[in-house]
Every structure is written in structure tokens, then in C-alpha cells.
Design a protein around this ligand. Structure first.
Ligand code: BGC
Ligand code: NOJ
Length: 813
């Protein structure tokens, strides 16, 4: 069953039924000011940091779901009936309900008793504000007297404190209202130099005290002052400051009116906070022109157009036309868009990530680069340098850092032994995309200590050294607190409720080893060797290759189980992911990543490992993490065995790692199998089973319940997941095979046999490549011509004569 449909022309998903199985979200903003918004207008806004600069309040885990939002109410001032065009919060039965989630905007509307209304929400580029454009049309055959209300609840900035510290917070709230603009100034009197505002394009009555608006013991579905049809111009002191505007409209038959609301964030220099100086009144000199500008519908429309062009240009970097609509739509629109969201948010703010828990993950952010570096190389460069500056002198990494301070997060610490290697992967992806070798010479601090600057290249060297310094009894890398699988906590041994699995360490960590890190080391070591070679450091490159070969020998000897790659050794030196285990006999990560890294391609191990994955782990809804699932808690394994079977890391379908197997299959030349796995978790291909899948059909979720779960096939944790980048990377660079390399654009498709070919446009290092691939045989060998001339091999080099457009034709046989 579906709840809407894709509109690929408009790059929208159109939801036509408001009661989707879960709130279906979208993101507003792409630079510093952000919001999340659901299909019924739930969600919240923040500036840069979802925890520390939260503008509006959201009630997690609310009953009903998804409360706190950008709510609009309409009231028929004759019949006194009121409703919300976005369905929530009043949940009135509506006609023609539609939510259009698009690239950086959402428009929600409907018709009720002959009044048509739609609100379009978006954040203009380069501004710290959001615009709501409410358009109302009278479709009745009589005139209508309508009150339009728009409302938000302010958050007292620190979202964690806001949700817990009521003895203080009920006393601190303050607002100002000037020229009809509501200014939220809680804590502005003391250490904050920022405030929020909520403005309306029409003369309005207003409300700023939550209780005055809602009424005692009422919810958002029935605000007392909407019911009464008259806001009371309340001024909040303490309790819950909010912003509501009321505009009265007399609509003639067929008449359309638009009201613009602007919700925004503004900072003042500390010396110019007040106007007049010495007073307690906010200095509004610099914010007023901004507000005035965007309350003008013409300016708002122009800003919307600019946003459209921005997305045109980002998505235009890579476009493809294949025989598979789900591939096209995800690659051309939604997967790329999701990659930008994961870059902007990391794992901080979604319906599932509360925005108060996590900073930016070191490994997550490096992997996210794979999915967005082609669209935002300048920002990728900055992100890489920020990440590297949190690296420790040992080469180790803080597991997370805070985006507002850009410092490593001490509470979580480090010791996740895969982390540093992802920096090499991230930098390598950046170099392959941009050819900007200067980044390697950029001086970067360690642990953000001034004076500790060394070239970025040295950070990469230390990353490799970090692994080499931490080898275990079998010669495999020690796992530390965890590797990619945050829940494989082999040194944790926690029997105390509430302890963090990720930071509790009861073993000294000298025994437990990870075959996955060994595979990652081989891959990252080769990447760094190629980079070293490019810099003319042949001896160093040879040393890295030597180390990767040594690791491969160890993997062959101690990391191979006969039919597949082992996963790890625990603190007792016992195997994990072996046929000898009672549970958890085979895992996806080591098998996927080792084959992706090219390990075992020559001696049949790769072929055998992929077969075993297909046999033991693949299901119709995707590939599960391991089998059999852990049926009980194992002290020596940690969080992985804390989940009931089939969920999350305990045999759930972790969509992040499915692409490793897809890539592995392409390395074996199995295009049909690779694309089949791709399609099993492709959200668009799952649209028809939305009632089972439950999450948004336009973005990936982190997890789909595995076959051991009663809800097999149900997705959770959509949007912010490494799944976005890895699936994008797998389909674009390995299945379609349009791959960046240090030298140029490599073309090596491993596509399904049934495809007659495909065409693509790729903007790469300033040149437009128009690529067409034609299948003339069943295999994967490719013969390329560039502008009609045959070339050797499959790397297309940049034109030497300054041409900015190149035609590449490939014949597959
Ligand atoms: C989740 C992991 C996540 C970890 C760290 C765990 O509860 O299962 O997927 O990586 O938390 O935030
Ligand atoms: C989600 C985390 O953000 C990521 O870093 C980790 O690799 C996966 N979960 C698997 O545990």
C-alpha cells in the first residue's frame, strides 16, 4: 500500500494521506539554519547545533507522535469551526490533503469547507531564517470571513535543559513585541547575544504566552484562543514563551490571499546588544531589514527560485538514465539529497536522533564524504580539516566532535580502533574527486592544540601507524572499544544497567581483534600507498603495500573460516563469526569489506565469502548483519547481544553495510546480483509495501528488521545514516561504474545483463562528461571512445586542450 507518489519532474514526493505509518520527514536549510518538518507540519528548527541552539520546541516520544511543529490554523469566523490545513494538530477530515516534500522545502495543504490553503516552508540560502508562505483561496460560492493563525513554541535554547530543568526554566522566559514582530529573548539579558523572532506580513493580533494560547489542560488540537477566534496579545513572563499571529481575512468568491511568516535567528555583537545602550531592549537595527525583506512575497518567491537553482546545480553534477526507474530516481534526486542531509546533520537531528545526544561522528563524517564530495567539494575540504584537527597525536581519534566548538567530545572519548583509518578513506575520496593535492600540505592541529600543526598528510601517516601500533595476538588489529559495529564491545564486559556499552571498558584490550579492521586497513593502506606514490614517495608507498600484504597473509591464516571471513576474536581469544560458534556464525561486515577491498579475489575466498553471504544472510528485504541472531545477552560481546533478535546490530538488516556486499559482487563481476541486492533495500523500490516498510519511501533508513524479528521488513531510523553515502557510492561508482580515481574518471560498469545500457552526465573537475554505455555482450569488459577516438584502458583523462565537454562511449561485451 502507498501513501503518496513520486513526482520526479518536480523532484517531490507527494503524500496524499496524512496518517502515514510514521511521520514522514524532510529537512529545511542546508548551511547554518536548519529545520526538520513532517508531512503534518511537526518538527523543529535550530541554528547550527540541534542541542545548544534550538529555536523551537519538539516533544520527543509524544503521544500522539510528532508534536511541536509549525502549525497553521484556519477558522471560519462565521461558523466558528476551525481546522489545520496540515491535518495536525486538529486532525480534521480534509479534502485533497497533500504534502509535497521537495529539495529543501515542504508544502502542505488541503481544502476544508471550500477554503483551499497551502503553506510552503523553506529556508532561503545564506539566511538564518525560514519562510512560511500561506496561500488561501476561497472556493465557495459565497464570501468568507476567515482567521488565519500561525504558531510555534519557542525552545529555551538548550534542548536538553529545556526538556528537564523546569525549576529554573519556568521563570526565565522573556519576549518583546515590536511592530507586530515577536522576539524571543530568553537569557538575552545575560550571556546570550542571540534571539529568535517570528514575524507576519499582515497586521496581526498575537500571543506569546503558551498557556494564553492553548488554555489550561488543552493541547494543540484545541487552542482556546483559536476556538474563541481572538488572540489576546499576551506577553510571556516565564513559563512557555511562544509565538502566534492571527490575521483576519475577508475573502471574496474565488479570491486568493497570501500571508508570509518569517521565523528566524539573529546574533548581535556583545557590545551592541541593547538599543538604547544601557537598556534591556534588543537592538533590532540589523535584523529589521532582513525581516522586512522576506515578509515581501516577491522576495520570498525569488529566494525560493534561488533555492531551486542551488539544487539544480548540486544534483546536476551527476545524472543518469538507466532502464530502472528506482535507480534513476534515487541517484538523480533522493539519494543525493539524503547525502547532503547526512553531511549537514551527521547523526544529530531526525525523528530518531533527538539532536541532544550526539556530536558529529569521526567515522560517520568521513564516510559521509563518499556521498557528497562531488556536490560540495569546498565544504568537504573544510569538514576534512575540522575532523583531522580533532585527531590525537597518537593517530587515534575522538569518536565524536561538537559542531559548534569543533572540538573532540571528551565524554565519549576515543579508542574505536577503526576510526583513524576512515580519515584516509575520506581524504582519498576528496583527492579523487577534486585532484586538489594542496589539501595534504595544509597545516592541521592535533587535538585542536595551537602549535601542534602538521601537514594533513602526516595525519594520514599517523592513522596507519595507529593500527600498526595496535596489533593483537594473531597479528590482526585490536578492536578497542568497537570497530564499525559500535555494538561489538569486546572489552566492555558490562553487567551494570545504564552503563554505556561504547565507553565502558573493563578489559585492557590486548586480546580482542577485528578482521573487519584488518580488511579496512588493507583498503586504506592501499589508498595511502597510491597517494604516497603520487607524491613521489615510492619507498613509503612500498612500505604501506608491504604492510597490507602482511595483513592479507594474517587474514588468510587467522581470519578465514573455510567458507567465509571470520568477524573477530573476543577477549578470550575465541572466534566470532565462525561455523564453530553457536550463534553469530557469519557476519556481513568482514565479508563485505574484505571482498570490497579485493581480498581473496585471486584464490577463490572472495567468491566463496559472497556465496556464503547470499546463502546465510541475504533475505528478500536485504542482507542481515549476522546469523544466527544472538538469542541472549553475552557479557563478552556487549551491545550487539542486547537487542532482541532481528533488530539493529543483532541480525537486523543494517542498510549501511549492504552496499559493501554490492560492491563485493561487482568486484567479482556479478552485476545482476549486485543490482538485486541494491533493489532489495532501495526505498523507492519498496514504496508499494509502505505499510510494512513504514518509513519514508524516498530516503534510506538505517535498519530494516531482519528475519528473526516479528516485524521482518519494517524499517526504522530513516534519514541520518551512513546508508545514504554507501548506497550512492555503490550504485554510482561500482554498479554504474562511473568512478573517480586519482588520475581521472574511470568507467567500469558492472550492470545487470538485461540492461541494454545507460547514459549519464558527470561534471568532474570542471569538465562535463556525457557518457553512454551500450551492452553488446554479457560480460563486463569495456571498450571506450572519447570524442570518437578509442582509448586504452578505462580511465578517461582530463582533456589537455581545455575542452569543457567530452563525449564518452563505452561498449560492454
Ligand atoms: C546503536 C548503534 C550506534 C551506537 C552509537 C547504539 O545504540 O545500536 O547503531 O552506532 O549506539 O551511537
Ligand atoms: C551507527 C553509527 O553512527 C555508526 O558509526 C556505526 O558504524 C553504526 N551505527 C554501526 O554500529
Amino acid at each position: 500500500m502507498k501513501y503518496g507518489h513520486f513526482d520526479d519532474e518536480q523532484r517531490e514526493y507527494v503524500i496524499t494521506q496524512p496518517d502515514t505509518p510514521l511521520p514522514w520527514m524532510n529537512y529545511l536549510g542546508c548551511q547554518a539554519y536548519f529545520g526538520i518538518i513532517s508531512n503534518t507540519a511537526g518538527g523543529y528548527s535550530f541554528y547550527r547545533d540541534a542541542r545548544l541552539r534550538r529555536l523551537t520546541r519538539y516533544r520527543y516520544n509524544n503521544v500522539p507522535l510528532d508534536f511541536g511543529g509549525r502549525y497553521v490554523y484556519l477558522r471560519d469566523d462565521e461558523s466558528k469551526k476551525f481546522w489545520s490545513p496540515s491535518w495536525e494538530p486538529t486532525r480534521t477530515e480534509l479534502q485533497d490533503y497533500k504534502c509535497r516534500h521537495g529539495m529543501g522545502y515542504t508544502a502542505i495543504g488541503s481544502t476544508y469547507s471550500g477554503i483551499e490553503a497551502e503553506t510552503r516552508y523553506f529556508v532561503p540560502l545564506d539566511e538564518n531564517l525560514e519562510i512560511w508562505q500561506l496561500t488561501i483561496t476561497n472556493r465557495r460560492d459565497t464570501n468568507a470571513r476567515i482567521s488565519a493563525f500561525a504558531s510555534i513554541e519557542f525552545c529555551l535554547w538548550d534542548a536538553q535543559d529545556d526538556a528537564t530543568n523546569f525549576q529554573r526554566n519556568f521563570n526565565t522566559g522573556q519576549v518583546e513585541v515590536e511592530d507586530g514582530v515577536i522576539y524571543h529573548k530568553t537569557e538575552y539579558r545575560e550571556r546570550r547575544n542571540h534571539f529568535a523572532y517570528f514575524a507576519c506580513s499582515e497586521p496581526s493580533r498575537f500571543e506569546t504566552q503558551g498557556e494564553a494560547f492553548l488554555g489550561q489542560y488543552r493541547g494543540w488540537d484545541k487552542p482556546v484562543s483559536v476556538e474563541a477566534g481572538e488572540l489576546k496579545n499576551s506577553i510571556a513572563h516565564g513559563w512557555s514563551p511562544m509565538g502566534a499571529h492571527q490575521v483576519k481575512l475577508d475573502l471574496e468568491v474565488g479570491e486568493t490571499r497570501q500571508i508570509v511568516f518569517v521565523l528566524g535567528y539573529h546574533e548581535n555583537p556583545v557590545t551592541e546588544k541593547f538599543d538604547p545602550p544601557g537598556s534591556q531592549t534588543i537592538n533590532k537595527k540589523t535584523v529589521k531589514p532582513v525581516i522586512a525583506k522576506y515578509l515581501d512575497a516577491k522576495e520570498a518567491n525569488a529566494a525560493f527560485e534561488r533555492l531551486r537553482l542551488y539544487w539544480d546545480s548540486l544534483l546536476g553534477v551527476f545524472q543518469v538514465d538507466t532502464p530502472d526507474i528506482h535507480t534513476n530516481r534515487m541517484v538523480n534526486i533522493w539519494n543525493a539529497y539524503q547525502c547532503m542531509a547526512t553531511f549537514n546533520m551527521s547523526r544529530s537531528a531526525s525523528f530518531y536522533e533527538s539532536g541532544i545526544g550526539r556530536g558529529l561522528g569521526f567515522r560517520d563524517s568521513n564516510q559521509d564524504l563518499l556521498g557528497f564530495v562531488h556536490m560540495a567539494p569546498v565544504r568537504a575540504r573544510e569538514r576534512i580539516l575540522d575532523l583531522a584537527a580533532t585527531q590525537l597525536p597518537t593517530g587515534g581519534a575522538y569518536h565524536q566532535y561538537q559542531p559548534l566548538t569543533k572540538r573532540g567530545n571528551n565524554d565519549i572519548g576515543g579508542g574505536f580502533n577503526d576510526d583513524p583509518l576512515w580519515l584516509i578513506e575520506g581524504v582519498s575520496a576528496y583527492l579523487k574527486e577534486t585532484g586538489d593535492w594542496s589539501i595534504l600540505d595544509e597545516p592541521v592541529q592535533y587535538d585542536n592544540e595551537p602549535g601542534s600543526e602538521q601537514p594533513l598528510y602526516e595525519h594520514l601517516q599517523r592513522s596507519i601507524q595507529y593500527t600498526l601500533d595496535r596489533m593483537g595476538p594473531h597479528g590482526l588489529p585490536l578492536i578497542g572499544r568497537a570497530d564499525w559495529n559500535d555494538c561489538l564491545n569486546l572489552n566492555c564486559f558490562s553487567d551494570t544497567p545504564g552503563q554505556s556499552f561504547q565507553t565502558t571498558t573493563n578489559k585492557d584490550g590486548k586480546v580482542a581483534e577485528s578482521v573487519f579492521i584488518a580488511g579496512l586497513f588493507v583498503h586504506a593502506g592501499r589508498e595511502l600507498a597510491a597517494i604516497a606514490k603520487h607524491r613521489g614517495l615510492d619507498a613509503e608507498a612500498a612500505r604501506y603495500i608491504g604492510e597490507t600484504e602482511k595483513n592479507m597473509r594474517v587474514i588468510a591464516e587467522h581470519g578465514w573460516d573455510g567458507e567465509w571471513f571470520l568477524r573477530a576474536y573476543d577477549d578470550f581469544g575465541s572466534k566470532i563469526g565462525s561455523k564453530d560458534c553457536e550463534e553469530g556464525k557469519i557476519f556481513i561486515e568482514s565479508n563485505g569489506f574484505c571482498v570490497l577491498a579485493g581480498i581473496g579475489l585471486e584464490d577463490g575466498k572472495a567468491e566463496s565469502a559472497m556465496k556464503a553471504v547470499g546463502k546465510h544472510l541475504a533475505t528478500k528485504h536485504g542482507i542481515v548483519v549476522q546469523q544466527p541472531a544472538y538469542s541472549r545477552y553475552y557479557l563478552q560481546l556487549g551491545e550487539i547481544s542486547s537487542y532482541p533478535p532481528g533488530y539493529k546490530e543483532n541480525a537486523g538488516i543494517f542498510c549501511h553495510v549492504n552496499p559493501w556486499v554490492m560492491i563485493g559482487e561487482t568486484r567479482l563481476g556479478h552485476g545482476d546480483q549486485a543490482h538485486d541486492y541494491y533493489s532489495r533495500i532501495n526505498p523507492s523500490a519498496r514504496e508499494e509495501i509502505s505499510d510494512l516498510h513504514r518509513c519514508e519511501p524516498y530516503v534510506y533508513a538505517q535498519m530494516i528488521a531482519g528475519k528473526d524479528a516479528p516485524s521482518f521488513g519494517e524499517a526504522k531510523n530513516s534519514w541520518l545514516t551512513g546508508t545514504a553515502a554507501w548506497n550512492y557510492y555503490a550504485i554510482v561508482q561500482w554498479i554504474l561504474g562511473i568512478r573517480t580515481s586519482l588520475d581521472g574518471l574511470e568507467i567500469a560498469p558492472v550492470i545487470p545483463k538485461s540492461w541494454p545500457g545507460f547514459t549519464a552526465t558527470r561534471v568532474f573537475r570542471g569538465v562535463v562528461y556525457r557518457i553512454s554505455i551500450e551492452r553488446r555482450g554479457d560480460g563486463n569488459s569495456i571498450a571506450l571512445t572519447v570524442d570518437g577516438k578509442a582509448i586504452e584502458g578505462n580511465v578517461v583523462l582530463a582533456p589537455t586542450d581545455g575542452r569543457k565537454e567530452v563525449v564518452v562511449k563505452g561498449i560492454l561485451s
